[in-house]
Ligand binder design. Structure first.
Ligand SMILES: Nc1ncnc2c1ncn2[C@@H]1O[C@H](COP(=O)(O)OP(=O)(O)OP(=O)(O)O)[C@@H](O)[C@H]1O
Length: 247
């Protein structure tokens, strides 16, 4: 098994009296799609904030490719191949879909690379089945299409780590199939380490090779989808009565 590319160890985060993360340890390897699930308030988004550098943990470390990056900024992490999407969509609504992808590469500077960035954007749009939408304004897209564009934008500059926050939220079954195919292909063909937070358990269980369950700021369980489904503690805390949607 390859070494973890992203490795969070003993992460603690407090918001005043709320202990949002309590000694969370989690590793993601190149080429794997790992799911992060758990009830509302379990700490999933807070952990994403720590991994992407948007929140400094009160304790614990984040390592990337073996180096401690706990104090590195979000921009540093992005420059080094870490990409994140958000629960609430963050597309540039007044730009076209293609320009959303070009911007995702141009931010590094070097405008002379513009033509290459356009070529890469076109290729990524093609791979994501979005050829027809390149000229459409991103602000006018239905939710499901916008989710795919967000994923495409995260791929515009080739990622080494992809943190996806509820990528399937608001999508149809057909859109989920296409999202899953692109995510799987990115992990396998680009050797990218993918971690995704998702409330749609069926989507996670189908797509991910490994699943981590958070509850009340702690790792409650970790394993293959089959192992996690069968875990009594997970069933009680998350998959039992009042479980989130399965499809
Ligand atoms: N900025 C903040 N200030 C105070 N408390 C916060 C803040 N952000 C999160 N929390 C609290 O930390 C805990 C974890 O929240 P977090 O949003 O990480 O959970 P989550 O698993 O992502 O939930 P959801 O599935 O609803 O998105 C919750 O109790 C939440 O109320």
């Amino acid at each position: 098994m390859s070494a973890p590319l992203l490795h969070a160890s003993g992460i603690d985060v407090r918001f005043g009296g709320v202990h949002a993360l309590r000694g969370v340890t989690l590793a993601v390897r190149p080429g794997e799609v790992c799911g992060l699930i758990g009830p509302n308030g379990a700490g999933k988004t807070t952990l994403f904030d720590v991994l992407s550098g948007m929140r400094r943990p009160d304790a614990g470390t984040v390592a990337y490719d073996g180096a401690d990056i706990t104090r590195r900024s979000p921009v540093w992490r992005a420059r080094h191949g870490m990409r994140r999407t958000f629960q609430r969509q963050q597309l540039f609504g007044q730009l076209t879909v293609a320009d959303n992808l070009v911007v995702a590469r141009d931010w590094r500077g070097g405008t002379r690379a513009g033509a290459r960035h356009r070529e890469r954007a076109a290729a990524v749009l093609h791979d994501c089945g979005l050829d027809a939408l390149g000229g459409a304004y991103a602000g006018g897209l239905p939710v499901g299409q916008a989710r795919m564009v967000e994923l495409a934008r995260a791929l515009a500059d080739p990622p080494r780590v992809l943190l996806l926050d509820e990528p399937a939220s608001g999508t149809t079954a057909d859109e989920r199939r296409r999202l899953a195919a692109v995510i799987r292909r990115t992990a396998e063909e680009e050797d990218c380490a993918v971690l995704l937070v998702e409330h749609n358990v069926a989507f996670v269980m189908e797509l991910c090779s490994r699943v981590v369950v958070l509850d009340l700021g702690r790792v409650l369980a970790e394993g293959t989808p089959r192992e996690v489904r069968a875990d009594p503690a997970v069933r009680e805390a998350y998959l039992g009565a009042g479980a989130p949607r399965e499809g």
